[in-house]
Design a protein around this ligand. Structure first.
Ligand code: ST9
Ligand code: ZN
Ligand code: ZN
Length: 332
């Protein structure tokens, strides 16, 4: 399968188009983007958060220990479907995976219900290519709430659709696993995100359906969403910028811990095709451990990394070597 460099949003592409992206940022700042609220989404997310609050109460006071463990396991499984699947494999092609592994990751991805992988990767490629402009679906220039979850409550900016239409997504449409997921998304997410998470505690350890639904389906779903959304808000807001001062992305310890190693976001924006997504210690990067273990089993291959001299040059040209040294002293 041949994939155009543009589709992968390579470091070279970003460097070559920096001036154009800076101009787009200026343009975006000058114009006050109008928000057309989608009330259906506001109502659905409000209902989800009420349900999640009930689920959280039950985790503390009513749920069985096995159910609490199940909530955590499901969160981890859904997260892997996002980090190792939608993000590092499909959006960035930072490694390759065999068919059984791709099917496995697609199933895990349904647990997290964050739109089908083709849509997720399309938005994410827009985010990398046009960071902090109106063509970035969750641009930080519209505020941290917008970057966190507000972007899912309003119509997308015309620029997202216009610029996004220029992306090469052929690699995604050529993967039968992704085409299958897109065609069958509704039944898949109903089963993986809501029905199985509720059924398993009821069937195997006699939890009530009410508690299982509010904890393992609603609370766990909302929790994974917020952890993911923090990469778009917190990881574009508070932290180190050792590799690139040109955009808002930062490296942050807390999002590294909560998001399975995805908090090296300044590194990741500078080197989007590196499967490690940060230089932080491997034990902090659970997704990397998962991908490496899968490689040892022969399920994944061709893991892409960035050469040390390229990282050093990038820090010198666009970041800060001292900041990198300080950060790695703490997290390396
Ligand atoms: C969710 C996603 O939560 C979260 C993603 C987070 C990403 C984080 C990344 C961070 C890095 C990775 C770290 C991971 C860490 C994980 C840790 C885990 C522990 N390009 O969308 P529509 C066109 S989802 C090109 O309806 P509206 C296209 O033709 C939550 N074209 O636009 C499209 O048609 P089609 C659950 C584009 O009407 C058409 O426009 N899901 C693009 O403006 C219409 O598209 C929800 O809540 C593009 N980028 O509506 C659903 N985009 O698709 C929420 C669109 O057929 N979404 N087009 O090709 C919606 O309801 C709507 O999308 C909307 C906009 C209201 C937001
Ligand atoms: Zn980002
Ligand atoms: Zn990315």
């Amino acid at each position: 399968m041949s994939i155009k460099v543009d589709a992968l949003i390579s470091r070279q592409f970003l460097a070559a188009n920096l001036d154009e992206i800076r101009e787009m940022r200026e343009e975006s700042r000058k114009q006050d983007a109008k928000s057309h609220i989608v009330w259906r989404n506001v109502a659905l997310f409000f209902a989800l958060h009420v349900g999640a609050a009930i689920g959280l109460f039950q985790i503390f006071f009513d749920a069985k220990w096995a159910t609490v463990a199940w909530v955590f396991i499901l969160h981890m499984l859904g997260s892997v479907g996002i980090t190792a699947g939608a993000h590092r494999l499909w959006a960035h092609r930072s490694y390759k995976a065999t068919l059984p592994m791709r099917i496995f990751l697609m199933c895990l991805n349904n647990i997290a219900l964050q739109n089908d992988i083709i849509e997720w990767a399309r938005d994410h490629r827009c985010h990398h290519k046009w960071t902090d402009t109106d063509a970035d679906p969750h641009s930080t220039h519209r505020g941290m709430f917008f970057a966190h979850m507000g972007w899912l409550l309003v119509k997308k900016h015309d620029q997202v659709k216009e610029q996004g239409a220029k992306l090469d997504l052929s690699d995604l449409y050529e993967d039968p696993v992704l085409v299958f997921q897109r065609k069958n998304y509704l039944p898949l997410v109903l089963i993986f995100c809501f029905v199985l998470p509720t059924f398993i505690p009821v069937y195997f350890w006699g939890e009530t359906a009410f508690i299982a639904f509010y904890t393992a389906a609603l609370f766990r779903y909302a929790f994974t969403l917020h952890v993911t959304w923090c990469i778009n808000s917190v990881s574009h807001w508070i932290g180190w910028q050792p590799y690139d001062h040109n955009a808002s992305s930062v490296d942050n310890l807390w999002t590294t811990v909560t998001a399975m190693g995805e908090g090296g976001h300044n590194y990741h924006h500078a080197f989007p095709q590196d499967y490690r997504t940060s230089e932080h210690a491997t034990w902090l990067n659970w997704t990397r451990v998962f991908i490496d273990a899968s490689a040892a089993l022969g399920l994944v291959y061709d893991r892409k990394t960035t050469a040390e001299e390229v990282i050093e040059r990038q820090c010198k040209n666009a970041g800060c070597e001292t900041e990198r040294a300080k950060m790695l002293h703490k997290l390396g």
